[in-house]
Design a protein around this ligand. Structure first.
Ligand code: G1P
Length: 291
């Protein structure tokens, strides 16, 4: 029996320098995709995978993330008094249960590995998920859900994988595969953070969803800086491979890297074109614009 994945970590401390000036005063995770913060889509993905507790590793200037996941009494009262039922529903629909969120701060930008390590006391001694909020992953089966399903059979650690252009390996964590267990589930025997194409073991990259055993925290504690002079999660995972198995689940949907301007625009169009509530002919309206 595998232990249930109840908690998820969302590293949201990044400065968003690729999105200035928009992110000068607004956290990048709060930028709007159609009509909801980008972060909300990722939290919803976690919810759909059965996550019960949401751990946000924040930083300075990120306080409105906490406000977004709280009740705004004044707003609710105003909407109620004006009979704005739909608007009221839209603000309350996404609320996590009371006590189901935790916020901790990564005090200095030392890397993803360090951000995850900051959540160690809140996670405790149980396996957990990590979702990188830059990556919006669109599919009828949410990415983390398919990973949780695979984990129920394999146990251990599970990463989401996608193929990248072989020339782009130095932007990602790249894995070396072992045996194939199922069509889209493979053993992972090695990994390297941001390798040059000539040194990359494959073109399969870790696309931003993780299920990890709590032993990772002890490794992160002593992890030396790696690529980009940052404490890398991939480096500690590589050490964990020696004692705890890793599996990769190929994600077959569409991923939008909303950390880039192009990815952000594409996400708005992809999610927007389904929203017939905005306009009955939303698809053709958008298509006309792109023609
Ligand atoms: C991080 C991870 C990397 C992963 C990538 C996915 O890198 O370190 O392994 O492939 O996210 O987006 P970053 O994008 O923070 O440089």
């Amino acid at each position: 029996m595998t232990k249930t994945i109840r908690k998820a970590v969302f590293p949201v401390a990044g400065l968003g320098t690729r999105f200035l000036p928009a992110t000068k005063a607004v956290p990048k995770e709060m930028l709007t995709v159609v009509d909801r913060p980008a972060l909300q889509y990722v939290v919803d993905e976690a919810k759909a995978a059965g996550i019960e507790h949401f751990v946000f590793v924040t930083g300075r200037g990120k306080a409105i993330i906490e406000d977004h996941f709280d009740i705004n009494f004044e707003l609710n009262a105003t909407l109620e008094s004006r009979n704005k039922t739909e608007a009221l529903e839209s603000v309350n629909r996404d609320l996590p249960k009371a006590g189901a969120t935790s916020f901790t701060r990564q005090q200095a930008p030392l890397g993803l590995g360090h951000a995850v390590w900051c959540a160690r006391d809140i996670i405790g001694d149980e396996p957990f998920a990590v979702l990188l909020p830059d990556m919006l992953m669109k599919h009828h089966t949410p990415c983390l859900k398919s990973m949780v399903d695979a984990y129920a059979k394999t146990g251990g650690n599970v990463l989401s994988l996608e193929a990248c252009d072989p020339a782009q390996t130095s932007s990602y964590g790249i894995v070396a595969l072992g045996d194939t267990l199922d069509e889209d589930v493979h053993q992972i025997k090695g990994m390297v953070e941001k390798p040059k194409p000539a040194e990359a073991p494959s073109n399969l990259f870790i696309s931003g969803r993780y299920i990890l055993q709590p032993e990772i925290f002890d490794l992160l504690e002593t992890q030396e800086r790696g690529a980009g002079n940052e404490i890398q999660l991939t480096d500690s995972m590589l050490r964990l491979v020696e004692t705890s198995p890793f599996y990769g689940v190929r994600f077959r949907g569409t991923t939008f890297d909303t950390g880039t301007k192009l990815g952000f625009l594409q996400a708005n169009i992809a999610y927007g074109q389904e929203r017939t509530d905005i306009h009955p002919n939303i698809k053709s309206e958008l298509a006309a614009l792109l023609r």
